[in-house]
Each structure stands twice: as structure tokens, then as C-alpha cells.
Design a protein around this ligand. Structure first.
Ligand code: ATP
Ligand code: MG
Length: 140
């Protein structure tokens, strides 16, 4: 068994519609534990830095504008194979392609307003957790 940590964001469309509890219930009932969590309103600089890998993509400006439009919840999820498990619980980026029962199928509004972010690898999870949390803020 490999216990892992992954980084998660409840995006502005989720906080705006009061869906943070409903979404976190999905993580918890699937065996992921929230070991760090805070509600923040990202600055433009923070959002641009976080999504720097996408800066050449045509949707970059739209993505950053959206991520700073309302508060978000940043959190760390822990559990067995947490990176992959989180991506499974989230569903495909485009909610129209997401499997039944996934967060994006049930809650996302569009490919842009897709309710959640989750790290796509162990390496990126470590980088993304460190971007928002100090080690002492993680409490299992
Ligand atoms: P995330 O990184 O947010 O977990 P993801 O890994 O499923 O999502 P990425 O390819 O990393 O998808 O894209 C990052 C985010 O950029 C997506 O979650 C979505 O909000 C936005 N995005 C991706 N493709 C598009 C698009 N074609 N149009 C608008 N927004 C997009
Ligand atoms: Mg991604």
C-alpha cells in the first residue's frame, strides 16, 4: 500500500454555488482524507504562477481570470494512491466526457468552470502542495 498526498482546489464555480461540502463528501467517501485546507482568494500573480505550464495555451487568460474571480479552497488529500484516485473521483476535464458519478459529471458547468483541480503526478503534487502550504500546516 502506497500512501500518497495530492493537491486539490475547489474552484470558483464550486465556492460560488455552495458546493464545497458536497464535493468534499465525494473525496471522503472514496477514502481520501483532507489533511490541510484553507479558503483563499488567489491573486493574479499566484494564479499565473500556479498555471505557468499552460501559459502558451489559448485559454490561459480565461483560466487565470476565472481562478481569481471568486474565492477557492486549496487542500491536500491523503490516501492510498491519492494522485490517481483523486483524478478518478474528479472525472475528465470536460464534464461532457466525464464518467457517471464523478465530481465533474455531477457538478461542473463547462470545460473551464469544471469545479476542481487535482495534481496529475506525484512530482507535481509535491510542487503544488509546497506552492500553497508550509509543511507544518499538514496534519493527518
Ligand atoms: P486541472 O489541472 O484543473 O486539474 P486538468 O488536469 O483536467 O485540470 P488541464 O489540461 O491541466 O486539465 O487544464 C487545466 C485547466 O484549464 C482545466 O481544468 C480547465 O479549467 C482549463 N481548460 C483546459 N482546457 C480548456 C479549454 N479548451 N477551454 C477552456 N479552459 C480549459
Ligand atoms: Mg492539470
Amino acid at each position: 500500500m502506497t500512501t500518497q498526498q495530492t493537491f486539490s482546489i475547489l474552484k470558483p464555480d464550486a465556492t460560488r454555488r455552495n458546493l464545497t461540502g458536497a464535493i468534499n463528501q465525494k473525496f471522503e467517501e472514496n477514502g481520501l482524507r483532507i489533511v490541510a485546507q484553507k479558503r483563499i482568494h488567489m491573486t493574479r500573480e499566484q494564479a499565473e504562477g500556479f498555471y505557468a505550464v499552460h501559459k502558451e495555451r489559448p485559454f490561459f487568460g480565461e483560466l487565470v481570470d476565472f481562478m481569481i474571480s471568486e474565492p477557492v479552497v486549496v487542500q491536500v488529500l491523503e490516501g492510498e494512491n491519492a494522485v490517481l484516485k483523486n483524478r478518478e473521483i474528479m472525472g475528465a476535464t470536460n464534464p461532457e466526457e466525464a464518467d457517471a458519478g464523478t465530481i465533474r459529471k455531477e457538478f461542473a458547468l463547462s470545460i473551464g468552470e469544471n469545479s476542481v483541480h487535482g495534481s496529475d503526478s506525484d512530482e507535481n503534487a509535491e510542487i503544488e502542495i509546497a506552492y500553497f502550504f508550509k509543511p507544518e500546516e499538514l496534519v493527518g
